[in-house]
Design a protein around this ligand. Sequence first.
Ligand code: SF4
Length: 285
Amino acid sequence: MAAVLSLGLTCNNACVFCAQGERSASSSPREREAEGLDLARRLHVEPGDVVFVQGGEPTLVEDLPAVIRALDERGARRIVVQTNGRRLAYRAYARALREASSKLSLDVSLHGSTEPMHDYHTQTPGSFKQTALGVRHARAEGIEVGTTTVITRSNYRHLAEIVQLSRALGARAVHLARASRFGRAARAADRIVAPEELVRPQLARGIAEAARLGMGWLAGEKASHAEARELFAGLGEVEIAEAEVLGSSRTTGALGAASDQNFVETSRLVRAKPPSVNRSIAWER
Ligand code: SF4
């Protein structure tokens, strides 16, 4: 089972495709400081639940370590924080998150294989350097990391390279998600949303690369493992699929071979059930 804790809309990136539109710059971190822990205590968590913590940018909430600790104490099996990872460029902050819970994993936004590509998408100079360092620090602290890439016209040809960078930074799995016509993307959809027929072969290439590198992957409603699904924010069932199903001509032999014991070997299941229940609580302005 799964639950969602939403900690407001404030963010220190300004992504060209942000589904929140301009609301990500509108709420007050100070107001939310008092709210985060209270929300965590009010959220109904049952032992064994996966809890997704999302924003905006959750690391802007000053009591996030206390929030994570509270969710751990209430029996969460896994706590997934969806983040741009920038604050973890400060090693002490990465350590504080790790000390809050051994159940923590991070879903980090990575939108380019290079600094210009990523920073174009975030519209925030310097964000790539901080995000990349943040992932390295998280891994150095022993925190599980998956990276999410929103696929746009400006990065769809580089998905395999983004997967390679994700692996090089130490991520265990990748989530390749198509940009949607919501929020900021809706206003400039022709510039941001790439045509399906152009994305499809590049997506297959990116997934094949993830499989070759022994990484888990999630794309749309398909995933390599049930646990790969759990590493990323968002709810709903996925189908467990081999990379070849999505059109790759490359072998997926490395997928099973490189799966370590942290990944539940569920690749033979037809459907991955968890997480399937949406109990959510959100900070409201
Ligand atoms: S990091 Fe997420 S919340 Fe922040 S601007 Fe980008 S898409 Fe929006």
